[in-house]
Design a protein around this ligand. Structure first.
Ligand code: DAH
Length: 369
């Protein structure tokens, strides 16, 4: 900066002349008018109002003027800077407003537009039913057991005391993997999981085993070659048929409602002795349809009872086959069809609906988790 100028002639400091200052303001105004967005306006602000702008530099010269001239020139430069600042601020406001309006327009959502809904699937009712069954038993302290779908014939039949020449073993009933000599079948029931549980687990054993099973049936309204069962097994000291009945009563209530009555009908299964069929009293008519032509019941066919599954006390021969001492341990077992359970529990009349995978069927059961 120059030192005090005692022989002042304003014309000598040309940057402070009225014309020069006016030119600076004009240049600034032109640049401001041309700035089309906030970024370029920022550059204009630096160039025309920043520390190194012509007006800022001119302002510094004022200090070198004699006192008499300072007021006039100071006022001129001050007004010029104020004018430039105002112009910049006005433009800034205008550009910000423009930007805000643009953003609002671009990001606006027309909430009245019709939407394309993502279709959500539904969990298959067989899956949710099996989970529900498992929950009932897990709550009683049972473990969940599993086994392979391609199973050794020995585990699926022999260990379960099914005679070598029993007709269920024929190819009319059982899928053999490769040939009948292969010794490997697609398990026809979940009962082989009992065998695996007894071979693999320490005593006492309390397990529930849901799973897919296979039989050579044609698909129709009441049969499917691939279906599901749930197996239960308890092996402990002093297990009685009373324990079996109490467990099944609790299971039935959890499935069909409080106060539902069950009954055991003598039957035969090679792996249990004694064996029984388990019936549940019809949870719709509760027996009121029996012999009452005015009140027929579709759920039980006016029988009053619904066949639910098989059960019994584990045959000592089965315990021996897996190395458990039948003098010390006893067990009970039971097995139910899941499809069958879903049919009468939820009024499904055609099994094909369960295998076709049409989401309209699944969705009718809601998004039960
Ligand atoms: N496995 C039998 C079936 O598929 C059902 C069954 C009956 C399972 C009696 C059992 C049982 O555990 O004790 O028909």
């Amino acid at each position: 900066m120059s030192g005090p100028n005692t022989t002042f002639d304003p014309k000598q400091v040309s940057v402070l002349s009225a014309e020069a200052v006016a030119a600076m303001v004009r240049e600034a105004s032109d640049a401001i008018a041309v700035a089309q967005d906030l970024a370029s306006l920022k550059e204009v602000r630096i160039a025309h109002a920043g520390d190194r702008s012509p007006l800022a530099l001119a302002n510094r010269e004022i200090g070198a003027l004699p006192p008499a001239a300072k007021a006039e020139v100071g006022k001129r430069v001050g007004e010029a800077r104020a004018a430039v600042k105002t112009a910049l601020d006005d433009r800034q406001d205008a550009l910000e407003l423009e930007r805000d309006e643009r953003v609002l327009a671009e990001e606006s959502i027309d909430v009245t537009l019709p939407v394309v809904r993502e279709t959500v699937g539904g969990r298959h009712p067989l899956t949710t039913l099996m989970e529900r069954v498992c929950d009932v038993f897990v709550a009683m302290g049972y473990d969940i057991a599993e086994g392979p779908e391609a199973e050794a014939e020995w585990v699926n039949f022999d260990a379960l005391n099914v005679p070598r020449d029993h007709p269920v073993r024929t190819m009319q009933d059982t899928f053999y993997v490769t040939s009948q000599e292969s010794g490997v079948v697609l398990r026809t029931q979940t009962s082989p999981i009992q065998i695996r549980a007894m071979l693999e687990r320490p005593l006492p054993i309390y397990v529930v085993a849901p799973g897919r099973v296979f039989r050579t049936d044609e698909l129709d309204a009441t049969h499917t070659p691939v279906f599901h069962q749930v197996e239960g097994l308890a092996v402990d000291e002093n297990i009685t048929m009373g324990d079996l009945k109490g467990t099944l009563d609790h299971f039935a209530e959890a499935m069909f409602g409080q106060g539902i009555v069950t009954r055991l009908r003598p039957s035969y299964f090679p792996f249990t002795e004694p064996s029984a069929e388990l019936d549940v009293q019809c949870f719709v008519c509760r027996g009121a349809s029996v012999g009452n032509a005015d009140r027929p019941c579709r759920t039980c066919g006016s029988e009053g009872w619904i066949e639910w599954g098989g059960c019994g006390m584990v045959n000592p021969r089965v315990l021996r086959a897996v190395g458990i001492d039948p003098e010390r341990y006893r067990g009970f077992a039971f097995g139910m069809g899941i499809e069958r359970t879903l049919m009468f529990r939820n009024g499904v009349t055609d099994m094909r609906d369960m295998v076709e995978g049409d989401v309209r069927f699944t969705r009718a059961f809601g998004l039960e988790s």
